[in-house]
Structures are given as structure tokens and as C-alpha cells.
Design a protein around this ligand. Structure first.
Ligand code: LMR
Length: 410
């Protein structure tokens, strides 16, 4: 059993957390993993979540029973409206299958299982760069991945031409994984005009779109604005191809460790020869089989919290305000970091830090600079130069700017 067993390196991202926890220096800054911190550098339980937890525990029927295999219906039904909007044609036409997943990773894994079963020869296209786990999830399931150009390192902007070209030259009917908003790791999203071009090219090639929606609300603070790409994609693909959406509540409800999320599959409008109800029921039965064999049924506690937030109008209102609190603090930190670097006269242009969106900034710092930041200044970020801006606060932003200035200059 153990003859061919290799020792694998630790996960690069989670290992940052590990190194940081054993660092005994008095001042250390965690810009590694994407998790929101408040201005004191502490994890933040959203006020809407605190209220939801109280309501759940006061419920006389409070229990820890199993959920159904497809998860909590009040979660999946509330969640799909957050993404698609109350007036979504796909919802009105009843073309959506939604099931609960183990957060975004579980939803992606569910998509990968589904592809493995029903279209295993399709290539899965991922942005270059993308969230490291994307490759791992699809490749572990035996799917072949390819990448599409995304980030132009020289101009720190979108390589739209390369992106469109990859869409056009990919085998027809390939799978394109698109970050719904707040692209991880670059913090760079296409603008509305660019999205329209990207989606038009996808429609023309009959590709299948998988939106990874892990940061809705983090880009602009407005859940509707941040659903722009998903909603445009659904509109443009409504008569041609299914769309899959993997939805995480790890960040926007702060359910990191609770693993609350959903998998949605939106069917295109079918002609009268197709029995849509039968297709939907079949999809749902296949998803149920995947869930039953892998986790039996999804975790309940985080799902109940999110469902309570989404279905109680007062709490929904509070949640929207919580999103604004988080996203506006991050934007403020972006400005403070950029301004400090400018006033220190740090060589280079740092405007991309404020131009980027969501939790991350692709700083442009080299792997060597990142290493020095950690070793000499106890400032931790990913070797690609990705910094989680949520880890900055009014107490450490100046320190970080000075540390960056030092490694860039000397
Ligand atoms: C991140 O990219 O930092 C987060 O999405 C956390 C994770 O699970 O990788």
C-alpha cells in the first residue's frame, strides 16, 4: 500500500497561515489567504449572521437533524435569486436546477464530477492565472484543463485579444470557467463592454460557461452590480447552452469554515420536442447521486444561517449593509496603500492597486520580493505577488508600504 506513496508539499496558501502562526516576531501581517478582517485585524462575524444565529437557536424546533440530499430548499431558493435577480427570466421560465454544495469548492467539484460522467473529453479552460484550486479540482477528477490568456503583466490589464482568441480557437463546445466578479488572484475584472465581447465569442463557439461566483458583493458592495456578468451570460446563452454557476457564501456571508454554497445549472430554452421537466429531474437525480456518495447530505448549520439571512427582510437589509462595510473598508485600504507607496516615492506605478477590485491585488511584486517581505518584515503574501487587501488595516498599512518600499528599492 505504501510503496508508491509520495510525500506531497503542503498547500501553498494554507501553509502561509501555518508559517505565520509559528512566527514569533511581534509585528506580522497576514495578506495571504482571502479572508476578511476588520480594522483591528480580527475575523468579523457579520451582524446579520449574529442575528440569524440567535433566531435559529431560539427556534423551538432547533435541531441538528440531516438535511435532504439536495440541501436546504430555503437556502437554494434564496441563493439563486441573489445571483440571478428576482425578475430573472430563467427563474420565471423554471429552467434552473439548484442544489446545496460544500461551499464553492464543493460546487466546482460537483461540476467536475458531472463533466467526468457526461462529457469527460471536453477541455476545461481556466484563466491564466486563476485560483490555484481550480486546476486541482478539475485535474483530480481526470479532466483535461487548458488556459486562456487573462492578465497582461506588462500593462497590468486584461489581455482581451488573447482571451478572445483562445475562445475562438478552443474546440467547439469546450468548458470555460469564468470568475463572476472580483477575479482571484488578479482583482481585475473585464468591464461591461469587454464582458459582452467575451460572452458573444463564447456563444458563437457553443462553449459551456461555468461561472465561479465566490465574491459577489465584494467588488462593488452591491450584489446586483456584481452579478452583471452572470446575468448577461444567462441572457446571451438563454437560447443556446446550459450555464453552470458555483456559488460560495464563504466570503460574502463570512461562512468560511461552515462550507455553505450552491450549485446551479440553468438550462437553455428548449424547443417543444424536449421535455424540460424530465431533463431537470434527471440532472437533479444525478447531482443527488454525487452528493449521496460523497457526503451523504450537505452540512446544515451554515446553510441555516445563510437561509435565515436571505429570507428575513430585516436581516437581508443588514447583510447588504455588511457587504458595504466590508467592501468599502477594503477600498479604503487600497487607497491608503497606494498613497503611502506614492508618498514614499516607491519606484513604479501603483495605481493598479486602486484600479483592481474585490479582496485581492495582484501587486506585481516578484517572488523574490515576496520572500524578502516575509523573511525581513513578517509580511506574508502569496509568491505570485497576490495580496489579500482585507488583511490591511489602519494600524499596519503604513508598515506594509514601508516594507514594500524597502524590498522594491534595495
Ligand atoms: C483564497 O484564494 O485565498 C481563498 O479562496 C481561500 C482558498 O480556499 O483558497
Amino acid at each position: 500500500l505504501f510503496n508508491n506513496l509520495q510525500l506531497l508539499p503542503p498547500d501553498a496558501l494554507f501553509n502561509i497561515k501555518q508559517r505565520l502562526s509559528t512566527d514569533s516576531r511581534p509585528v506580522k501581517v497576514d495578506l495571504g489567504i482571502g479572508a476578511y478582517r476588520d480594522d483591528n485585524g480580527k475575523p468579523w462575524v457579520l451582524p446579520s449572521v449574529r442575528e440569524a444565529e440567535k433566531l435559529i437557536q431560539q427556534d423551538p424546533d432547533y435541531n441538528h437533524e440531516y438535511l435532504g440530499i439536495a440541501g436546504l430548499t430555503s437556502l437554494t431558493q434564496g441563493a439563486v435569486k441573489v445571483l440571478l435577480g428576482q425578475d430573472s427570466p430563467a427563474l420565471k421560465e423554471d429552467r434552473v436546477v439548484s442544489v446545496q454544495s460544500l461551499s464553492g469548492t464543493g460546487a466546482l467539484h460537483m461540476a467536475a464530477s458531472f463533466f467526468t460522467k457526461f462529457c469527460k473529453d471536453k477541455l476545461v479552460y481556466l484563466s491564466d492565472p486563476t485560483w490555484a484550486n481550480h486546476n486541482a479540482i478539475f485535474e483530480t477528477m481526470g479532466l483535461k484543463t487548458a488556459s486562456y490568456p487573462y492578465w497582461n503583466a506588462a500593462s497590468k490589464s486584461l489581455d482581451l485579444e488573447g482571451y478572445l482568441n483562445a475562445i475562438k480557437t478552443a474546440p467547439q463546445g469546450s468548458i470555460f470557467v469564468l470568475h463572476a466578479c472580483a477575479h482571484n488572484p488578479t482583482g481585475l475584472d473585464p468591464n461591461e463592454e469587454q464582458w459582452a465581447k467575451i460572452l458573444k465569442a463564447i456563444v458563437e463557439q457553443d462553449h459551456i460557461v461555468l461561472f465561479d461566483s465566490a465574491y459577489q458583493g465584494f467588488a462593488s458592495g452591491d450584489l446586483n452590480k456584481d452579478a452583471f456578468a452572470v446575468r448577461l451570460g444567462l441572457e446571451m446563452l438563454a437560447d443556446s447552452a446550459p450555464v453552470i454557476i458555483c456559488q460560495s457564501f464563504a466570503k460574502n456571508v463570512g461562512m468560511y469554515g461552515e462550507r455553505a454554497g450552491c450549485f446551479h445549472l440553468v438550462l437553455p430554452r428548449q424547443d417543444a420536442s424536449v421535455d424540460t421537466e424530465h431533463v431537470k429531474a434527471s440532472v437533479k437525480s444525478q447531482l443527488a447521486k454525487i452528493t449521496r456518495s460523497e457526503l451523504s447530505n450537505p452540512p446544515a448549520y451554515g446553510a441555516k444561517i445563510v437561509a435565515t439571512v436571505l429570507n428575513n427582510p430585516e436581516l437581508t437589509k443588514q447583510w447588504h449593509a455588511d457587504m458595504v462595510t466590508m467592501s468599502s473598508r477594503i477600498i479604503k485600504m487600497r487607497h491608503q496603500l497606494r498613497d503611502s507607496l506614492v508618498s514614499l516615492k516607491t519606484p513604479g506605478n501603483w495605481d493598479h492597486i486602486v484600479g483592481q477590485t474585490g479582496m485581492f491585488s495582484y501587486t506585481g511584486l516578484s517572488a523574490e520580493m515576496v520572500q524578502r517581505l516575509e523573511k525581513e518584515h513578517a509580511v506574508y503574501l502569496v509568491s505570485s505577488g497576490r495580496a489579500s487587501i482585507a488583511g490591511l488595516n489602519s494600524g499596519n498599512v503604513e508598515y506594509v508600504a514601508k516594507a514594500i518600499n524597502e524590498v522594491v528599492n534595495y
